[in-house]
Design a protein around this ligand. Structure first.
Ligand code: DHB
Length: 309
């Protein structure tokens, strides 16, 4: 081993990615230039910031707390320019040649279908549904947190667009696989898991929460075992492909997700900490790791950990 460069290309759900590392939604993805920057740095594809029907300013500061070694807590409040404005940003990333997944959030199934239709018109390769923001009033888990909600929303969107629909599901539930099964029944092409874990930080001197919104979402290294368990359980229950998300900082983290059943992964907090240079590093590291383990193609490692469990 060690003489060929392992093939990191992945194909699933109608997507073809040059490597399995997608820029996660919400990180570095609000402007076309930042999406293009992640692509230029080597991302296999980029997921946009979640876009809604109308422009939103988001919550006041502070919106982010970082924990150097293990994670990040955020409650941004879904700031975004709205779907009328956003196509011009997508165009910038398209001109750079990026493979783009458009993320949308909405308050009900009909609004999701409308937004996804508008997003599809921009020419994105797939649409990812944010069913899982853990703290936005009227959005995220409040509207997409149960199997019934997921099924209704995904069915409406899958009936409205021709591009692949990816349902991004929450870990803030007792049965993540049931959410994935609902998405599969309703026609999702793939599921992505996980979004952030509902969390809070308290400042004892101020005697109040650190973030202006109070409750936020935890991401980063601390949540990797949680994400892995969700992907593991989902892989055992659905046939549609799974995209793994949560605390991927190294190639070994990514391969753990692949062996648990993921076909690709999204990287967020590592980009926030390290910048988009992380994509080149991860692809290089994964290529040699996959090669060292004797796989000709990354795809050959998908789900292998289940065979010995
Ligand atoms: C935000 C955070 C999330 O975890 C998410 O899924 C969507 C939005 C935010 O605060 O903007």
């Amino acid at each position: 081993m060690g003489c060929v460069v392992a093939d990191l290309k992945v194909r699933f759900a109608g997507l073809e990615l040059r490597n399995p590392f997608l820029l996660a939604s919400g990180i570095w993805g609000e402007s076309g230039d930042s999406l293009a920057g992640a692509w230029a740095a080597g991302a296999g594809g980029v997921v946009t910031k979640s876009i809604g029907s109308l422009p939103r300013a988001g919550y006041p500061n502070p919106t982010i707390e970082t924990y150097e070694r293990w994670g990040m807590l955020n409650a941004m409040g879904l700031p975004n320019p709205g779907i009328e404005e956003y196509p011009r940003e997508i165009e910038v990333a398209q001109r750079a040649g990026a493979t783009i997944v458009g993320s949308v959030f909405a308050g009900d199934a009909a609004e999701f279908a409308r937004l996804a239709t508008q997003m599809a018109r921009t020419g994105v390769s797939a649409v990812e549904l944010n069913l899982s923001c853990p703290h936005a009033e009227g959005f995220g888990t409040e509207v997409g947190g149960t199997p019934e909600d997921v099924e209704e929303i995904v069915r409406a969107v899958a009936g409205a667009v021709k591009i692949p629909v990816i349902a991004k599901i929450t870990p803030n539930t007792s049965d993540p696989a049931a959410l994935a099964q609902a998405a599969e029944r309703a026609g999702a092409a793939a599921v992505s898991a996980i979004n952030t874990l509902r969390a809070i930080a308290i400042d004892v001197h101020l005697r109040r929460p650190v973030l202006s919104h109070g409750i936020g979402g935890l991401s980063g290294a601390a949540i990797k075992p949680v994400g892995l368990a969700c992907v593991w359980q989902i892989f055992e229950k659905v046939k549609i492909p799974v995209i793994g998300i949560g605390g991927i900082m190294t190639a070994e983290d990514a391969l753990q997700y692949v062996m648990a059943g993921a076909r690709a992964v999204e990287v967020g907090t590592a980009v926030a900490f390290e910048g988009v240079g992380v994509f080149g590093r991860l692809a290089r590291e994964l290529s040699s790791l996959v090669d060292d383990l004797g796989y000709a193609r990354l795809e050959d490692a998908v789900g292998v950990a289940h065979r010995s469990a």
